[in-house]
Write a protein that binds this ligand. Structure first.
Ligand code: MTE
Length: 344
């Protein structure tokens, strides 16, 4: 055990069995852009991102181009609010925001590359329009919803949330989106709906990482229905006032701020309400390492590293990790009576 790193190297969400197959990763990574050497390369990719604001192309453009979205203001200097306010509360923190450049160039999106910097380089492969989301399963009104329709249905709100990755780094991100509960209410869950399953696009051309068997594709995540209905849970379509870029999960991704970042399923094409707990991707790959709940919990270490502290991207010193990522007041009640060591 002592030989194991205290903190995971960047890019190290990988379960042990898969970790040992790095060589294969490298081979597959070469499918993208030949930048395989960046794997495990720490923060190498931090300044190399494709942070192009309002680059044109419109919302129908490829995943590498952002356009202004909604009425939110343009990107602000890190540490200031892009909405012009510095309110405290569950929906907006006054903690310094991570820079736009870091948010769009330091990513986990295995379908677009295994290193932190590759997703930004490959995001242009993702075709964002047309895009539909099949809303199905235990709902009264199943519907295939076009992304434009979804954007018309729900007013966009800015939510400034902390995001804590299971790899022990974190960011503060001003998301733009709407509460998932608004969509679920519209669909009308049946009395049998107990969980919600989210699925990423399956397309080996647009998401070439799916040619490798590093994970079972498509990427699937899930929530209990009460977690999904919680007011903090949102579907994000933008950040810093711009439409999402492919590397961040365009055109629509899940954001659940009290859970580890891997719950935030990207580039969603299906939302299915189910009676049974969904079989989620990371939980299936390594059940001892990635639980279904994945609530941020400094008291429960990952088998290979401590979860007690985290490194905020852009900062040098580590900071303590807070239970439920600092959202305990809002969400701890969802888990009363549960053993959070067992249901991790
Ligand atoms: N969704 C898909 N489809 N594929 C992924 O590899 N990575 C997850 C999550 N969603 C991932 C995904 C992980 S591990 C994290 S930490 C967050 O996305 C990272 O989101 P970001 O790149 O926007 O910061």
């Amino acid at each position: 055990m002592s030989k194991l790193p205290k903190e995971p190297p960047a890019g190290e969400i990988t379960p042990p069995a898969l970790y040992l197959r790095r060589r294969e990763f490298l081979k597959n990574a070469a499918l993208f852009t030949g930048t395989a050497s960046a794997i495990g390369g720490g923060l190498v990719g931090l300044t190399g991102g494709a942070a192009r604001l309002s680059a044109g192309g419109g919302p129908g453009g490829p995943g590498g181009e952002a356009t202004p979205l909604g009425s939110a203001s343009p990107p602000a200097t890190p540490g200031t609010s892009s909405s012009g306010t510095n309110a405290r509360g569950p929906f907006v923190t006054d903690e310094a925001r991570t820079s736009y450049e870091d948010i769009v160039s330091y990513n986990n999106f295995y379908e677009l590359g295994l290193s932190k910097s590759e997703p930004a380089k490959n995001a242009g492969r993702l075709r964002l329009r047309p895009w539909t989301i099949a809303c199905e399963g235990e709902v009264q009104k199943p519907e295939v919803i076009d992304i434009e329709t979804l954007l018309r249905w729900f007013p966009l709100e800015e939510r400034v949330y902390r995001m804590r990755c299971v790899e022990a780094w974190s960011m503060v991100i001003p998301w733009l989106g709407f509460p998932l509960a608004a969509l679920l209410r519209r669909l009308g869950p049946t009395s049998r709906a107990r969980y919600v399953q989210f699925t990423t696009l399956l397309d080996r051309e647009q998401l070439p990482g799916q040619r490798s068997d590093v994970l079972d594709w498509p990427y699937v995540e899930g929530l209990r229905i009460d977690e999904a209905m919680h007011p903090l849970t949102m579907l994000a379509v933008g950040l810093y006032g711009q439409s999402l870029l492919g590397q961040n999960g365009a055109p629509v991704r899940l954001v659940v701020p009290w859970k580890y970042g891997f719950k935030g399923c990207k580039s969603i094409v299906s939302i299915q309400l189910t009676e049974r707990q969904p079989r989620t991707t990371w939980n299936r790959a390594a059940p001892d390492e990635y639980g279904f709940y994945a609530n941020v919990n400094p008291a429960v270490d990952h088998p290979r590293w401590s979860q007690a502290t985290e490194r905020r991207i852009g900062e040098l010193r580590r900071r303590p990790t807070l239970p439920f990522n600092g959202y305990a007041e809002e969400v701890a009640g969802l888990y009363s009576g549960m053993d959070l060591r067992e249901s991790f």
